[in-house]
Design a protein around this ligand. Structure first.
Ligand code: BES
Ligand code: MN
Ligand code: ZN
Length: 502
């Protein structure tokens, strides 16, 4: 790895601390008992309150407990474990998203406890799915990026015991295994996006991908600057021009054991740090978040770590387009013309619209492999954040089947997407007087014009585009989304790969 002297990173620095924490958790199917430091019981809006809590509904209400999803009341005990009343709302409305939320509320209320137990009542049509949602909610909410604190106060989860009405031990084992695969994808994406930019360069993410590929069953090929010149990836090279760090294109390949019926491409924006380049960003709090401008690449890499273990039957190829975007004497300039891998000439009207430039080369490469479909994911535009905020990400597509696939997967994972129209009328905003296309649209509909730029390279291949600029991060804990990088998209991409069919 290339390291400047200011980056004296300790040898024992844990690159993926959240993954280490996750892998230390055991999930067991058993009754609450010895060793549990906290035991939670679901309390529905109606019906009996579990007798184990030792309080009736009136007493809980007097203590300020409201049995809705998201509420949890800890009842401390002098001798035994803490008892926790966990709001479960109306029994009929308990879908996977609500189960994830109630489990997160329980896990946050018991954040100081390493060994916790939860008893989930009610009747559940899909016992494995119920367990899966509960375990996801617990482990994702307990995520913390604390590796850079000298004295961390965070208590990692060690053991989770579960009893879920209608689920036997086999259901619990199966649901927990599914949950840990999908949570792993998100946690890896969070770790990568939370890492400071000086501690995670394009070279570093390539090296990490190689290690993850060996562990989780996918191939990794690294393309350095010389290889990118050979390939003619003028977008990634142009953006990299101002940086002392080398770029990396990281190609990931997953081949299922049984013959695959389809081939899906996943493309991720990997701007390790986006200063804006010569079109320098102002030094405001938003700029501070630009270490997460590789959230798309992180989501793709996270999703790849789940493909084998989720038994995905589709062939999947990924491209992570990694570099930082820096101002310097060697930077690419406004007015420069870059030549994309497919030969398209691109006039640079703003060096801060760099994401689309690195993505264009990867989309061209995916098309050369005749993939059946392309999904790209990128922290692409401030306009996405302005339009839909921090909870929901826009999806744009050239094929309604692709939008529907992404929307359905996002329902399953509770990573909300909302479709915006790919309004082709706006395409003329990208016209250039000197080149085939420019990288800057007009004042309005910035998420759409960015997507229209990508669409030029996609051509007729079925495609959906996820703009996660708004959802990559949360300022504070929000149910199972822990403060900091959310890993948004990693679980959804895994679900898209799992359900892919056209
Ligand atoms: N990485 C940013 C987009 C972004 C903004 C991500 C806020 C996360 C939070 C992207 O590279 C960018 O700078 N986009 C510009 C494009 C513009 C110059 C056309 C933007 O949105 O302002
Ligand atoms: Mn930018
Ligand atoms: Zn950017």
């Amino acid at each position: 790895m290339t390291r400047s002297p200011s980056k004296l990173i300790p040898d024992d620095f844990r690159t993926l601390p959240g993954l280490d924490d996750l892998e230390a958790v055991t999930v067991v199917a058993r009754e609450p008992g010895d060793g549990d430091e906290a035991v939670g019981y679901t309390v529905f809006a109606e019906g009996d309150v579990p007798a184990e809590l030792g309080l009736d509904r009136d007493a809980l209400t007097r203590a300020g407990f409201d049995p809705k999803v998201g509420q949890a009341l800890v009842i401390p005990s002098a001798s035994g474990p803490d008892l926790v009343a966990v709001g479960a709302g109306v029994a009929d409305e308990l879908d996977p998203a609500a189960l994830r939320d109630l489990a997160a509320a329980f896990a946050r209320a018991t954040a100081r406890r390493a060994r916790i137990a939860l008893v989930v009542g009610g009747s559940h049509g899909d016992p494995t799915g119920t367990v899966r949602a509960v375990v996801e909610g617990i482990v994702l909410s307990r995520y913390r990026y604390r590796v850079l604190k000298t004295s961390p106060t965070h208590t990692p989860l060690a053991e989770l015991s579960l009893r879920v009405a209608a689920a036997d031990a086999a259901d619990i084992a199966a649901g927990a295994a599914d949950a840990l695969v999908s949570a792993r994808a998100a946690v890896i994406a969070r770790d990568l996006a939370n890492t400071p930019p000086g501690w995670l360069t394009a070279t570093d993410i390539g090296d990490i991908a190689v290690q993850l590929g060996a562990r989780f069953g996918f191939g990794v090929e690294l393309f350095d600057k010389a290889a990118l010149i050979e390939l003619g990836c003028g977008g990634l090279l142009g953006v990299n021009q101002g940086s002392v760090e080398e770029p990396r294109m990281v190609k990931l390949t997953y081949t299922p054991e049984a013959a695959a019926s389809a081939h899906l491409a996943l493309v991720g924006k990997g701007i390790m740090y986006d200063s804006g380049g010569i079109s320098l960003k102002p030094s405001d709090p938003m700029h501070l978040l630009m270490k997460m401008d590789m959230g798309g690449a992180a989501a793709v890499l996270g999703a790849f770590t789940g493909l084998r273990d989720a038994g995905v039957g589709t062939r999947v190829t990924g491209w992570l387009m990694c570099t930082d975007n820096m101002p310097s004497g060697t930077s690419y300039k406004l007015g420069d013309v870059l030549v994309a891998r497919d030969g398209t000439t691109v006039e640079v009207k703003n060096t801060d619209a760099e994401g689309r430039l690195v993505m264009m080369d990867a989309i061209a490469l995916a098309n050369e492999e005749n993939v059946d479909a392309i999904i790209d994911i990128a922290t692409l535009t401030g306009a996405a954040l302005m339009a839909l905020g921090q909870s929901t990400a826009p999806v744009l597509a050239n094929d309604q089947r692709m939008a529907d696939l992404a929307l359905a997967a996002s329902e399953t994972t509770d990573e909300p997407l909302w479709q915006l129209p790919l309004e082709r009328k706006y395409r003329s905003q990208l016209d250039s007087d000197v080149a085939d296309i420019s990288n800057l649209g007009g004042k309005y509909a910035g998420a759409t014009t960015a997507a229209l730029f990508l669409d030029h390279f996609v051509g007729d291949t079925p495609w959906a585009h996820l703009d996660i600029a708004g959802t990559m991060q949360t300022d504070k804990d929000d149910s199972w989304r822990s403060a900091g990088a959310t890993g948004f998209g990693a679980r959804t991409l895994l679900e898209i790969a799992r359900t892919f069919a056209l």
